[in-house]
Design a protein around this ligand. Structure first.
Ligand SMILES: C[S@@+](CC[C@H](N)C(=O)[O-])C[C@H]1O[C@@H](n2cnc3c(N)ncnc32)[C@H](O)[C@@H]1O
Length: 497
């Protein structure tokens, strides 16, 4: 079995974390399947990698649809960003819950007396995103005989230079879809070329629409390239066009649009850059979470599923059993968790790496008249070292790191704080289990589960934590913030023994 070989009539056994399918080849090797695997489907696969212990393959043809597969409504559209749309939502929840159980397989003994809570579902399974980023571009493929100079929607998965047209994003709300459609019509009509990342020429690049779920306020952000091919008839349109025609039409039609930004991005990088100019309305929009208000600038971090975030934060709040003393909100973003919990604690430290997030946190804290949160703009690993070597002790710690998990050097310091409870909020079960194993002083085995094929050995840190305060895993709660995607959040409560 080698690269490019076709394997026929293979059954997808299950989905693993990351969204790939799992199947078994005739020689017993596991196959990691990409390309929209659904459990129980029979497929033909094309091998993309042949390794000693496993194969990787792409779905080449579906022989028999999975009995689970839904026919999605004809006005909905299936993208890389909502790959699980054909799987019924209750089944998605079951799969995610199962994946968390499997992720903790290597901590079987340590979770024997843990309380496992049922997965918390997102209040909305569709239309839940409060921020959607669309891209302009092209779709040129000689092999497929396609040559479209104007496309507006989302990137074809893994292809930076190809855009798939969007006609309806089921994760966005109706206002976002309607604004997107109108801008599409206006941009098409303008005749101004879309940006080509290969040549750096063209105008339209990205459109970001942010909606405040609770107040309905809407922010529209155009990201464009200032460069045109000389002599291009469209040249006269550019900013003038945006400033007059488009803004007038949009603001007249949509009362909810309270700010419109314009970003000129001449760099080749495919990112929405932030040298923003406010063209219309207010500089920020305001949203609410569990009764507190939060101001959102174009670049502010704010959880994209507002109602889901309320559920997640409520779960964190409820997980803390003794609310007094000092709270450390580590990897704090804009400080939402610390601000929500401030009235329960004497002092809160919100530690965050990104300066603008700490600044936004301070503003949010002031706006809500919260006085006892101190924003520390620092790496958690540096803060932890300093705090453990003098500043003091903490009673409760909330950890909400990015996908990579905790920095290993921070773990022994975090444990020396001697907190009664540590609440770990994770968006990656593999690094969650790795970090908890280290925190419990457990030597990491190099045995991998099919959930995570990466090498997660970390025995040096495990040895370092052996003589520090001991914890047990008291509660595990999976949470679905991102229906129709493979992403899962987990809230784990560790209790000091
Ligand atoms: C998952 S977000 C947490 C957001 C926040 N708790 C919330 O709910 O809004 C992770 C945050 O960690 C920050 N971060 C990443 N690495 C860090 C580090 N080494 N030290 C401190 N913060 C870091 C990121 O900038 C990001 O804001």
């Amino acid at each position: 079995m080698k690269k490019h070989d076709i394997l026929e009539n293979i059954k997808i056994e299950k989905l693993i974390f990351g969204g790939s399918g799992l199947a078994t080849a005739s020689d017993g090797r596991k196959i990691i399947v990409s390309g929209g695997a659904i459990p129980d489907a029979m497929v033909d696969l094309r091998i993309t990698k042949s390794k000693k212990n496993h194969l990787e393959a792409q779905i080449y043809r579906t022989v028999k649809k999975s009995p689970l597969e839904l026919d999605i409504p004809s006005n909905w559209q299936l993208y890389g960003g909502c790959k699980w749309l054909p799987i019924p939502y209750p089944k998605q929840l079951e799969i995610k819950e199962q994946q968390i159980t499997e992720a903790f397989h290597s901590l079987k003994e340590e979770t024997a007396d843990t309380t496992w809570h049922s997965i918390i579902r997102s209040p909305d399974s569709e239309h839940y995103r409060n921020k959607v980023e669309f891209s302009w571009g092209k779709y040129i493929s000689e092999r497929e005989g396609k040559h479209d100079e104007y496309r507006f929607g989302f990137h074809v998965q893994g292809q930076f230079d190809r855009i798939e047209d969007c006609w309806y994003c089921v994760l966005a709300d109706d206002v976002t879809n309607a604004i997107f459609k109108d801008i599409d019509v206006l941009a098409r009509k303008s005749g101004i070329p879309t940006y080509d990342p290969k040549t750096g020429v063209g105008f339209w690049r990205h459109l970001v629409i942010r909606r405040a779920k609770m107040t309905g306020q809407t922010m529209v952000i155009f990201s464009v390239n200032g460069i045109f091919e000389s002599g291009n008839a469209a040249k006269k349109w550019t900013k003038e066009y945006l400033l007059t025609e488009m803004i007038q039409q949009l603001s007249k039609k949509y009362e909810s649009i309270t700010s419109i930004y314009f970003l000129e991005n001449t760099s080749r990088a495919d990112v929405v850059q932030w040298n923003q100019v406010l063209l219309y309305g207010e500089s920020t929009i305001t949203d609410e979470l569990l009764g507190l208000t939060f101001e959102i600038q174009p670049k502010s971090f704010f959880q994209v599923n507002t109602l889901g975030a309320e559920k997640l934060y409520q779960c964190v709040i409820d997980s803390i059993q003794q609310k007094w003393g000092t709270l450390l909100d580590l990897y704090a973003g804009t400080g939402t968790i610390g601000i929500l919990l401030a009235k329960e604690f004497k002092k809160v430290y919100s530690v965050e790496l990104v300066t603008s997030s700490s600044e936004d946190g301070q503003k949010n804290s002031d706006r809500n008249s919260v006085k006892n949160v101190e924003f520390v703009n620092s790496k958690v690993e540096d803060f932890a070292k300093e705090f453990s070597s003098g500043w003091g002790k903490s009673d409760t710690i909330v950890l909400d790191p990015p996908r990579d998990g905790l920095h290993p050097s921070a773990i022994p310091h975090i444990l020396t704080f001697g907190a009664r409870e540590i609440i770990y909020v994770s968006c990656n079960p593999a690094t969650l289990v790795r970090d908890i194993s280290i925190m419990l002083g457990k030597e990491m085995s190099h045995e991998t589960t099919d959930i995570d094929a990466t090498d997660i050995g970390a025995s040096k840190e495990a040895l370092e934590v052996k003589n520090l305060p001991k914890y047990r895993i008291s509660d595990i709660t999976p949470m679905d913030m991102f229906p129709h995607t493979h992403h899962i959040e987990t809230v784990v409560r560790l209790e000091r023994i």
